[in-house]
Design a protein around this ligand. Sequence first.
Ligand SMILES: [Zn+2]
Ligand SMILES: [Zn+2]
Length: 152
Amino acid sequence: MDFDDAANLAKSLMAEHKLRRWVFVFNRGKRTLGMCDFTRKRIELSMYFVTHNDEAAVRDTVLHEIAHALAGEKAGHGPKWKAVCKRIGAIPKRLDHEAVMPKGHWVAVCPSCGESHRRFRRPLLGRHYFCRSCGAESGQLRFGIPTLSGVD
Ligand SMILES: [Zn+2]
Ligand SMILES: [Zn+2]
């Protein structure tokens, strides 16, 4: 699934279930599909997971995490959490948190010349990257993780 679509889906489900003051973020986890961070009030999805799964799977995961947020940290995967799952339409089962997600390095396609740029290390937050041939104005790069078939 596309990152933007996944983020929009997660945000709209969070709004629908009245998770006020909670935010949605992506993470780079390779072993967990989604995460509910009670301390920071964040629902997180793995970028790897999103890239390699369809909308139905992303929706199930978001609802699973929303149920955690609504049920509270102490509920774990117990009866209280399961009751919330039933109410909001989440599958009341523990997720397969050990799913192996494929490795990928970071790829960005220059919006101006279409050349693909690769990084092996995670792009730094808040830092702007740009295509050397096109410059900072027209060649802004946004790195993502490629699908299994790659972006080339
Ligand atoms: Zn869970
Ligand atoms: Zn370029």
